[in-house]
Ligand binder design. Structure first.
Ligand code: ZN
Length: 418
């Protein structure tokens, strides 16, 4: 019911902040979109939620996660904790993956991600003679079944090489005509990295899709596949559609060299994702003291205009035997490892799991009038506090409909005995 001076909306979320230290606002929603954001809105709504001072934002974006091989620790043996061992152990386990099994493990991770406020993700799916199309079929169903809460894009991924296994190329090609959204490669597992990069770009051009490479996953600053990726990006005019993940050897380079590479990446429109949990677990295994961090300095690259993100990568497998798909936790981990403290640096880290990650995926992100009413509330005063305190995620809506609720913290005080 509306009167002359009040409007009726589907939903109004009252008393939230969208800026650290900013005023409390009300957000009015109808037809799945934000219609008004202002202080003390005079309006009525079918549903009202009191945010009680929570921080409201447009949700976390996970730019790099492997749902297909999550939660397989019980099928693998980790002795060395190295990258080659992780690839080998996972390849063995993968041969036994069944569609229902992949679906169940992926669903577990996606539900955790939803409860941690993630509203969009790019998931890699291995499609090769060992996995067949079984994982791909499972993840396509996951994408459809969880669309009420999260937008999932599927990257058809060659984890174990192309030139050594031509069948994989044909299978990726088929997947790209059957629901995969983009294509991903891994030059460091291919006997011919340069040709591998070319083959991935050929598929990308044929299907007019973005590409995402796992790249330079070691601590050797002398060897790099980056020049080939930059050259191919420019040759095909693929600026803004290419991502690279890990690039941990940047952590072994002098700042001046990192800055020069940052300039080249920015000019080529190549985005970079750091995966702190995996990079910390697998790198530096040859050292018994002063173990290097091995995490690319994304904040330095961002200063040179590179689109950078922080993402989950793996959950409970030989690449990362930990994980809960929480991006606020991952942001905090990165800020801690990168030794960041200034407000502007910590705010930039929050952007790397929200707006910048969305930009990498080619989508808009933010709470503005007219934007989709995909809104998440954090128990924090703002973005910086969220990263510093690993803020609790409270509740969220996708396109104006509530998709999860973790409940408010309640402290039950006891009355002192006299
Ligand atoms: Zn990965």
């Amino acid at each position: 019911m509306s009167t002359n001076d009040t409007e009726l909306f589907d939903l109004v979320i009252r008393n939230v902040r969208t800026e650290e230290g900013g005023p409390l606002l009300d957000i009015a929603v109808s037809g799945g979109r934000i219609r008004k954001m202002w202080q003390s809105l005079r309006c009525e709504a079918v549903e009202t939620h009191d945010g009680e001072g929570a921080f409201a934002f447009a949700g976390f974006v996970d730019s790099h996660i492997h749902l297909d091989k999550a939660c397989i620790l019980d099928r693998c043996t980790i002795c060395e904790g190295t990258l080659p061992e992780a690839v080998l152990q996972t390849a063995r386990a993968k041969a036994g993956f069944e569609t229902e099994d992949v679906y169940a493990r992926a669903a577990r991770v996606v539900e955790k991600a939803i409860s941690h406020g993630t509203v969009r993700m790019r998931t890699f799916v291995e499609i090769d003679p060992r996995a067949g199309f079984r994982s791909f079929e499972a993840i396509k169903r996951i994408k459809a079944d969880y669309a009420f809460a999260i937008d999932i894009e599927i990257c058809a991924f060659a984890q174990e090489g192309l030139t050594n296994e031509p069948a994989t190329l044909q299978m990726l090609d088929a997947a790209l005509t059957d629901g995969a959204d983009l294509v991903g490669g891994c030059p460091y597992t291919d006997p011919d990295p340069e040709r591998h990069i070319d083959m991935i770009f050929e598929l990308a051009v044929k299907h007019d899709v973005a590409v995402d490479f796992h790249l330079d996953f070691d601590l050797d600053p002398r060897h790099t596949d980056l020049p080939e990726v930059i050259e191919a990006t420019l040759r095909h005019g693929w600026q803004g559609r290419v991502s690279i993940g890990h690039v941990t050897n940047l952590s072994a380079m002098a700042p001046s060299k990192v800055e020069a590479i940052g300039g080249r990446l920015a000019r080529a429109g190549i985005a970079l994702t750091v995966l702190p949990a995996t990079d910390l677990f697998l790198n530096g295994r040859g050292r018994d003291k002063l173990v290097p961090r091995g995490v690319a300095p994304a904040h330095r690259l961002a200063r040179h205009g590179v689109v950078t993100s922080i993402a989950t990568n793996n959950v409970m497998n030989p690449f990362t035997p930990f994980g809960d798909a929480s991006l606020v936790r991952m942001a905090n981990l990165y800020a801690n490892v990168a030794q960041l403290s200034r407000d502007e640096d910590v705010e930039q880290v929050f952007d790397m799991v929200t707006a910048n990650a969305a930009r990498q995926l080619g989508v808009t992100h933010g709470l503005t009038e007219g934007a989709p009413a995909t809104i998440v509330l954090l128990e924090a005063g703002g973005a910086r506090a969220a990263v510093r305190e690993v803020a609790r995620v409270l509740t969220g809506w996708k396109d104006g409909v509530k998709s999860f609720d973790n409940g408010r913290t309640q402290i039950f005080r006891r009355t002192p005995m006299s």
